[in-house]
Ligand binder design. Structure first.
Ligand code: THU
Length: 158
């Protein structure tokens, strides 16, 4: 028997330490929360993807009275990016969220299904995506989905 340790790495950065590109994308994700349709959870999530061609696309969570029919902000954004710009790698993705008290203090972390879609998007283009998980007090900067979804299942198994 042997124990295996898997190392994942991220930077916890103060919002004012972000560079200009990161800051713009964080602001776009925050703005996208205003277009969330979340009457059931009242948890508004926004995401913004920066594509290799310089275009930024945004999306938000879209809920439904039949709860599982709704979609998270990350998948809305990634599927929109991949359907509008199928040949453009996603280089960076920022995610922000707010509840009735305002934007979350701690960084919002994507659900498992969204991590899986992020992995596929990254593998499709073979380029690591920088992921910015936004909180008011700190932003987690993550270089590549391997640091968000260890022991992942991908196309290499098929
Ligand atoms: N949600 C997202 O859009 N992204 C996340 O990273 C976490 C959760 C949405 C799904 C649902 O509309 C609401 O937040 C509460 O779970």
């Amino acid at each position: 028997m042997k124990e295996i340790h898997i190392d994942i790495r991220l930077l916890s950065v103060a919002p004012e330490e972000l560079d200009g590109t990161q800051r713009q994308l964080v602001n776009a994700a925050r703005e996208a929360t205003a277009r969330s349709y979340s009457p059931y959870s009242r948890f508004a999530v926004g995401a913004a993807a920066l594509l290799a061609n310089g275009v930024t696309v945004t999306g938000s969570n879209q809920e439904n009275a039949a709860y599982p029919s709704g979609t998270c902000a990350e998948r809305t954004t990634l599927f929109y990016a991949n359907s509008q710009y199928p040949d453009q790698p996603v280089r960076m993705l920022a995610i922000a969220a707010r509840n009735e008290a305002g934007f979350t203090d701690t960084p919002v972390t994507p659900c498992g299904a969204c991590r899986q879609v992020l992995l596929e998007t990254e593998q499709r283009f073979g380029l690591p995506i920088q992921i910015l998980l936004c909180g008011e007090k700190a932003v987690y900067v993550i270089e590549g989905v391997k640091n968000l979804l260890p022991l992942s299942f991908g196309a290499e198994f098929l």
